[in-house]
Design a binder for this molecule. Structure first.
Ligand code: DGY
Length: 299
């Protein structure tokens, strides 16, 4: 099976794919009927240029930029990589919560700039994380991994989910209640038409003064202009790993001490990324053998 991959994906499993051509989709200018398999990282697909396509293997769990319906119409299978990046993303979420809440990056900048001149007793005061209330928006695989880690910090966990479940990970709340009741809110829902813009200005205004919002899911879930306004006002804090127009980040955020910014690092551990490539390869190889893929996206 002729495979086109938009980059060399990390890990040894990539070598198991025989006939692979590395080509960014922006360089695909003429029809390529020879290509049957495509590896992308949540990218829009030029389906008209790939008439022989049988399978799209997405390197990542989120596939919001892939037109799954158009693929289904053409009989193209789409796969993704759920599960293997839960731990990495949950770990980064905790890192952002701690960094934003305990002013870690602000402190680092102060030390590097030579601005740390007084006594430790005079500066750096922050709100404690231990014992705070954590609101998990979306108690799926990653949200649950975050909730399990929250136990180590004695956090009281609230969660939203499409359907309330019987779980000891936290207590169910409707979204508005969760926002109003939490000290830290962390987002773990996929980007869909229902979640696009879900945290708008009205909902952000429900957050407590001094609350911390962490987003390792998708930038579009929060109305970015409204979030920027809240952060510029200094009313809330945030740890943001995702943005609406990556790699662009709203300029207003760059100088703010109350926000920690990371470049979409959620799954960026060697272990997670190599496991993602493993799953990409296993899905492609299964389709090549005429077997059902391991982790198809629901269509
Ligand atoms: C995903 O898998 O959707 C992530 O955004 C990559 O970290």
């Amino acid at each position: 099976m002729k495979i086109l991959a938009t980059r060399r994906y990390p890990g040894p499993a990539f070598e198991e794919l025989g006939d692979v051509e590395i080509l960014p989709l922006s360089s695909l200018e003429r029809p390529r009927p020879d290509v049957e398999g495509l590896v992308v990282a949540n990218e829009a697909l030029p389906l008209d240029l790939l008439p022989g396509l049988r399978v799209v293997a997405n390197f990542g769990v989120g596939y919001d930029r892939i037109d799954v319906a158009a693929c289904a119409e053409r009989g193209v299978v789409v796969t993704h990589t759920p599960g293997v990046l839960d731990a990495a993303t949950a770990d980064l979420t905790l890192a952002l919560i701690l960094a934003a809440r305990r002013r870690v990056v602000e402190g680092d900048r102060l030390v590097r700039s030579g601005g740390w001149t007084g006594s430790w007793a005079d500066s750096g005061l922050a709100e404690e994380l231990t014992g705070a209330t954590l609101g998990v928006v979306g108690l799926g695989r990653i949200g649950s991994a975050v909730a399990r880690r929250a136990r180590g910090f004695d956090l009281r966990v609230l969660y939203t989910r499409r359907r309330q479940v019987d779980t000891d990970l936290g207590k169910f709340r409707e979204l508005d209640e969760l926002l109003a009741e939490s000290d830290v809110v962390t987002i773990h829902v996929p980007l869909t038409p229902e979640t696009d813009g879900m945290l708008d200005a009205r909902r952000l205004a429900l957050l407590r003064d001094g609350a911390c919002l962490v987003n390792t899911a998708r930038g579009e879930i929060v109305v970015e202009a409204a979030l920027v306004a809240e952060l510029v006002s200094g009313r809330i804090r945030a740890g943001l790993d995702v943005f609406v127009r990556e790699p662009e980040v709203p300029r207003e955020l760059l100088g703010l001490a109350n926000v920690v910014l990371t470049p979409h690092l959620g799954s960026a551990t060697r272990q997670a990324r190599e496991a993602m490539t493993r799953l990409v390869a296993d899905n492609l190889l299964a389709v090549e053998r005429g077997e059902p893929p391991l982790t198809p996206v629901p269509s």
